[in-house]
Design a protein around this ligand. Structure first.
Ligand code: AHG
Ligand code: MN
Ligand code: MN
Ligand code: MN
Length: 335
């Protein structure tokens, strides 16, 4: 039996008044993302049937080997946003520089910039494990009518007007916030419509799951090593369960539903960790806070970091409030 759920389209219209600047532009933008999500979902679902698995042959600005689906998802998202002339600029994990959007009849007239991780969890593509897409939306800071500049993208996460992710999992979901809580929508693939299936999503205050790539243990800072040992200790509700998919979106989604902490720390090999501040950590941090959770670099709030580079990396501790606080306690011992 199906529940009489609201569609995402209905939800966007009903909640438009909530948007701080309700000219309808942000609603249109969320709509464009909804469309892009369906297109990428269609491609991800076909992977394996057509020749879109495996490496594309190029290396992106991160030094990672691009997968064909990284490239495809990047193209589809940029295309959907460009065609609708709904944003003035886009930055992506897969593009070295930001893209300025302009056209003859639309001279830099849009207010918003979008930053995306078109396909998160690339290493899971070939083995049919959940992947995702992450997006972050800001109001530009430069005047409307002029081309966007780097300044429009290098804003602290607290300035985000909306953020969200799409998870291509056992079902496809779009989860987003405009600063008024977090709502999750599940795609009914038969009719191509997202329905509000998870209203007001919240992180349990604490949980029993810790998610970290423990293979890198030897390279972790002492505070993280000690926290891992704490998670494994037999005491109270511990030992915790270890769960790590290797796709931030999926690990975050599970932890938000069940209660848990996700950590990608700095290491002796990589002083800033791996995850990118602008299109991975900031959007997830806004979602976490909006869902009553917490996001930190181990010492302070992710959302308050002043970015200096488009592809900058940052250590990431995110999830249930009490668990992130505890991890910060361990980090502080060696600060
Ligand atoms: P992406 O696929 O967008 O490059 O992101 C990969 C990220 C993130 O999704 C995941 O949590 C992390 O890399 C996994 O890294 P490790 O394989 O080093 O654990
Ligand atoms: Mn990548
Ligand atoms: Mn990613
Ligand atoms: Mn990616």
């Amino acid at each position: 039996m199906t529940k009489k759920n609201k569609t995402l389209g209905e939800f966007i219209i009903e909640n438009q008044a909530e948007f701080q600047y309700s000219s309808g532009e942000l609603s249109k933008l969320i709509n464009a993302i909804r469309l892009a999500a369906k297109v990428v979902n269609h491609e991800v679902n076909k992977a394996g049937l057509i020749d879109i698995l495996g490496a594309a042959g190029d290396t992106n600005v991160q030094g990672e080997s691009q997968q064909k689906l990284d490239v495809l998802a990047n193209e589809k998202f940029i295309q959907a946003l460009k065609n609708r002339e709904i944003v003035c600029g886009i930055a992506s994990e897969e593009e070295e520089d930001f893209i300025s959007i302009n056209s003859q009849d639309h001279r830099h007239q849009n207010k918003y910039v979008v930053l995306i991780d078109p396909l998160d969890g690339s290493s899971n593509i070939d083995v049919n494990v959940s992947v995702g897409t992450i997006f972050s939306i800001y109001r530009r800071v430069t005047p409307i009518g002029t081309p966007v500049t780097l300044e429009d993208f290098l804003q602290p996460g607290v300035n985000q007007v909306a953020a969200g992710y799409i998870i291509y999992g056992t079902s496809t979901m779009l989860v987003y916030t405009t600063g008024h809580g977090v709502n999750g929508f599940t795609l009914n693939p038969a009719i191509g419509t997202f329905y509000l299936s998870h209203p007001n999503m919240t992180f349990p205050q604490t949980g029993k799951i810790y998610s970290i790539n423990e293979g890198n243990y030897i390279h972790f800072p002492q505070g993280v090593k000690d926290y891992i040992k704490y998670c494994q200790m037999e005491e109270g509700d511990r030992p915790y369960t270890s769960r790590y998919i290797g796709s931030l979106v999926s690990d975050f989604h599970r932890n938000m539903i069940k209660g848990g902490i996700y950590i990608y720390p700095k290491s002796s090999l990589n002083s800033d960790g791996k995850l990118r501040l602008l299109y991975e950590c900031n959007p997830m941090a806004l979602l976490a806070e909006q869902a009553g959770g917490k996001a930190s670099d181990g010492y302070g709030r992710i959302l308050e970091i002043e970015p200096t580079e488009l592809h900058q990396r940052v250590p990431f501790f995110c999830g249930s409030l009490k668990m992130v606080e505890k991890a910060e306690e361990f980090m502080a011992r060696y600060a």
